[in-house]
Design a protein around this ligand. Sequence first.
Ligand SMILES: Cc1cc2nc3c(=O)[nH]c(=O)nc-3n(C[C@H](O)[C@H](O)[C@H](O)COP(=O)(O)OP(=O)(O)OC[C@H]3O[C@@H](n4cnc5c(N)ncnc54)[C@H](O)[C@@H]3O)c2cc1C
Length: 500
Amino acid sequence: MEYDYDVIIAGGGMSGMLTAAAIAHYSNQRARILVVDRNQPAEPGKKTNNGWTCGDAVSKGSIEYLAKNIGIRYGKPELEHNVKGVLVYSPDHETRVLFEGEGYILNRKILPQRQVQDAMKVGVEFAYNVSADSLIAEDGWIRGVTGRNLTNNSIFKKTAKVVIDAGGSATKLRRYIPISTKIEKEINKDDLESTGRYIYTFEPAADDKTWFDSDYAIIHLDQYLAPGGYCWTFPKGQSKVNIGLGVQKSALDARNQKYNKKDTLQDLIDQYVKANKVIKNPVQSQDENDRGNTKGSWQVPVRRHNDCLVANGYAIVGDAAWMPRPIDAGGIGPSIYASVILGRVVAKALEANDTSESGLWSYNVEYMRFYGYPMASFEVLRMYLQTLSNEQINYGMKYFLSEDDVAHITRRQHPEFNKLRAFNPLMWFRVLSEPQLARGLRYTAQKSESLITHNMNYPERPEAWLEWKKGLMKHLEEAYERFQIRGRSSQYAELSARAS
Ligand SMILES: Cc1cc2nc3c(=O)[nH]c(=O)nc-3n(C[C@H](O)[C@H](O)[C@H](O)COP(=O)(O)OP(=O)(O)OC[C@H]3O[C@@H](n4cnc5c(N)ncnc54)[C@H](O)[C@@H]3O)c2cc1C
């Protein structure tokens, strides 16, 4: 079959643009690559009509990974502000924990402009103002994309050996994939966080570093202001901030019912800004680089990434593949790692002339072993943390979280909560004061060990996948049951029936 392109990437956001650059890099610019995006050329990477909505925080490590692997080095103005780490505060502000090392607060509006230049330099083509609406399928393979040209409503139709879905969290391509596949199509709505933020300049009204610190990205845990999520105050300068929060919709409904309120996400963001003791007279940034991007909300998937990322002639990446980390919704780092790995795998598959599910399979294996392996255990931890009250979080952070646990989380490992195993009278007293909390945390630590081992044994071949997935669902469904998480279909039972 004659194809229009080797690769079509649907969605030119963070993951689409980086995947394009990575394929070009690893194929020595031999691959013909087209990036299709609904945005106009002047606004690449824009997520929705209300901008490039993001907290903008990324670790230095992931930016360095990009430079090391595909030679892309960012600087000013796309790396807008440097931070020394991420500080997480308990709801009572009494316990403060430093997670993560150095990082950057990006300018998400400017960065895609740089990414387009990088991609064009290595021969990537762009089709802007095109909405990618469905996948072309034939004989159990994905062969291309159809959609609409938004400038004149004409039909867009192009074929490729591989279509990569990088259309973000609301992609229709994955949801309606028209071939039989291992890729899961739908996400449970409780695994999506509703999030929003402002980019403000302000008059610093106090020197209280628990509310604003130009050297640190701050996360405030608070089940009243951000039920099932968290609030953030990320500095973009001495008097400029990216400030917002995320909630789980069902937790917000429960919170509103409990307090007899009707607060929306936007109400909560405004209450959070108002509560901040440092930020006075906030004004949406007037900087040209922020125009059209100072107030916005959007959704972030916070479950483990899709258990399979490839099909015949097709792969998913970034938010379309539910890659943001379940405990902090950080999706830029995962997009970077996955895009580089996918780029390498696709270049090899094109070279070998095998873009089947098997030919692309090593993307599953490599991403899981390099970065994705703890995500299922973080999903369980996230579900458990969402059930806790502010008082329990205060207590847990103060007495049960050790430096070792923090180091584990920073290294993307599950905390072991070893303090809970200490046999001293004081700890016994504390455990007995909050026995349910102690038991819950211990359970997540044990579950994590088995989930990580399971994920590190991700099957090398597609034929062994069903058995692996069955094992995964068995672990997860035990955890859902333990934490009484309702509304999850029993995939384990379905998969067992299929396997037998
Ligand atoms: C409020 C908020 C705060 C966040 N904070 C952080 C943070 O601080 N740190 C962090 O690491 N992560 C954060 N994230 C997550 C992070 O922003 C995402 O993980 C990241 O943007 C994913 O990139 P992506 O390319 O996969 O998707 P997107 O950035 O959503 O890009 C998708 C692209 O596809 C295009 N597209 C969509 N549909 C179509 C279609 N049908 N046809 C053509 N084009 C289409 C869009 O126009 C867009 O260009 C946050 C997210 C939100 C919403």
